[in-house]
Design a protein around this ligand. Structure first.
Ligand SMILES: Cc1ncc(COP(=O)(O)O)c(C=O)c1O
Length: 505
């Protein structure tokens, strides 16, 4: 995303403390408002051009073709597109994104997808196999995360459903807490208390479900601050949240203390293990120091764990788990009186892709415990090399004490300029804020020979280059704007313009 110099100059002239209050007023000031609007328009156009420049030109259409395109042409074009787009992730230059990516594994998932492409869990009578796969994925994950999926104790059995991804699992959990509270007579606004590092999916859930989300600053190591979380609890609070680990800094929140706090208050506790659910249990078994974070803690009442990340399934699947049947029941949506018949769905979706259920099941059973242990060992050993390489660069420091999502910051160079330099060298890393930092989420792609070494080499060169002239059209000015000025509305407008550019033909 590129931001014009005029826009930066314009914003830089406004004192930060004043900017927040000024933002709404600015638009109305003759001259200034006009200038801001003109700048926004200019930036939106620049964004659109940037997106258009990146867009592949083959088989472009904005209306249904009169004459059908033959399948062979579609296939050869799509093959060419994937060949062009895959080297970056295949060669291990992307943070997260593709977690496995080994050709034999992908072939198997694709074959399973093809076999089940027409299936839909909504019609469990037609495809009972898919319903069985879903229940088994949930049971395998529950068992892995310290729960007993076969318990006859309705209050303690760990049960759940599949969803389309981490965000949906989190939204479902929030919905379940809300409905559960309401079914017990709670009225008025309800709230969640979450660490500042928790994924925006909690904000999306709060926004959509009208539950207030109270974000609490984390400590300098990136972990949730227990005292501050306790102080943030209100009478309206229905649940607390912790991450294992968090997306920004890859550190595990003090789940044991937080979940005990929740238990003492008789509220729910959600461990977001979207990233760690299929890594941490194996890391512990390999001897890494992994604090307790799962259903082995009595205060943990729900969890999310993404099969489509380190579960090595295809994109579009995640598991949401609950302690007790009552919470899972709160997730269901049931309509017994619709003219279209008796209707019952476990989550937000109606029809769902059974093929993704079957391929997630195939990913779990073909990887097996041995496969996950081997994969975890490889990821953690590579991550240790990455961490050491970062620590060896005097200008950089690693944030907290992460296992495989390694964030670094700098007090000596602009870390966003380092990010831009890495981008110029073909890497796709994640920029972070508060504090300004960058991270690499290590996956199996990075465990290929030479990748960690190339990362170290490119990072060293990028730090040196970041001391010189900035990369033209890089992200550094945008992050600079977002962090140095409380001008969130403008940055939000730019992000919306970017989404417009992506979604317009
Ligand atoms: C800790 C954590 N929670 C939730 C999510 C959201 O997952 P998704 O992108 O699958 O919706 C992510 C994604 O990276 C994550 O790292």
């Amino acid at each position: 995303m590129k931001l014009s110099q005029t826009a930066q100059d314009l914003l830089a002239r406004i004192p930060p403390g004043v900017a927040t209050r000024l933002e709404g007023v600015l638009e109305k000031v003759p001259g200034v408002g006009q200038k801001v609007r003109a700048e926004k328009k200019k930036i939106a156009l620049e964004l659109k051009h940037g997106v258009e420049k990146q867009r592949p030109k083959e088989l472009t259409m904005s209306a249904l073709p009169q004459k059908p395109v033959d399948g062979a042409t579609v296939l050869s074009t799509l093959k060419a597109l994937t060949e062009r787009e895959s080297p970056k992730w295949r060669e291990g230059k992307v943070s997260g994104g593709v977690y496995h990516g080994d050709p034999a594994h992908l072939r198997l998932l694709d074959e399973v997808y093809a076999l089940f492409s027409q299936t839909n869990p909504l019609h469990a009578d037609v495809w009972p196999s898919v319903a069985r796969f879903e229940s088994e994925i949930v049971a395998m994950t529950a068992q892995l995360l310290g729960g007993d999926p076969r318990s006859t104790d309705d209050a303690n059995v760990v049960c759940g459903t599949l969803s389309s991804g981490g965000t949906e699992s989190i939204m479902l959990a929030v919905k379940s807490y809300r409905e559960h509270a309401r079914s017990r007579g709670r009225r008025g606004r309800l709230s969640l208390v979450v660490p500042a590092s928790a994924h925006p999916a909690f904000d999306k859930a709060g926004h959509t479900l009208e539950v207030d989300v109270i974000r609490v600053p984390v400590g300098s190591d990136g972990r949730a601050n227990v005292k501050a979380m306790k102080a943030a609890l209100r009478r309206s609070t229905i649940a607390m949240v912790g991450s294992a680990p968090s997306f920004p800094h890859g550190v595990i929140d003090p789940i044991e203390e937080l979940s005990e706090l929740a238990r003492a208050r008789r509220i729910g506790f959600h461990t977001d293990a979207c990233l760690g659910g299929f890594v941490l249990p194996f890391a512990r078994e390999l001897g890494y120091p992994v604090p307790r974070f799962d259903f082995s803690l009595p205060g943990v009442t729900s969890m999310s764990a993404d099969t489509h990340k380190f579960g090595y399934a295809a994109k579009g699947s995640s598991v949401v788990l609950y302690r007790g049947r009552a919470l899972r029941r709160s997730q269901y949506f049931i309509t017994p009186d619709w003219s279209g018949g008796l209707y019952a769905t476990p989550g937000f979706a109606g029809s769902r892709p059974g093929a993704l259920v079957a391929s997630a099941w195939a990913a779990l059973v073909t990887t097996g415990k041995k496969g996950y242990l081997d994969a975890t060992r490889a990821v953690l050993e590579t991550a240790a090399k990455v961490r050491d390489a970062i620590r060896a660069i005097p200008e950089l420091e690693v944030v907290g004490d992460p296992l495989w999502v390694i964030a670094f910051r700098s007090r000596k160079v602009d870390v966003y300029r380092v990010l831009d330099e890495m981008t110029a060298r073909g890497w796709s890393l994640n920029g972070l804020q508060k504090p300004a930092a960058v991270h690499l989420c290590v996956t199996l792609r990075h465990t290929q020979p030479g990748v960690a070494e190339r990362f170290a080499e490119d990072l060293r060169a990028s730090v040196e280059a970041a001391k010189g002239a900035p990369v033209e059209g890089g992200m550094a000015p945008v992050y600079g704007l977002a962090s140095s000025l409380p001008f969130k509305g403008l940055v939000g407008d730019l992000l919306a313009a970017y989404l417009d550019a992506l979604h317009d033909p």
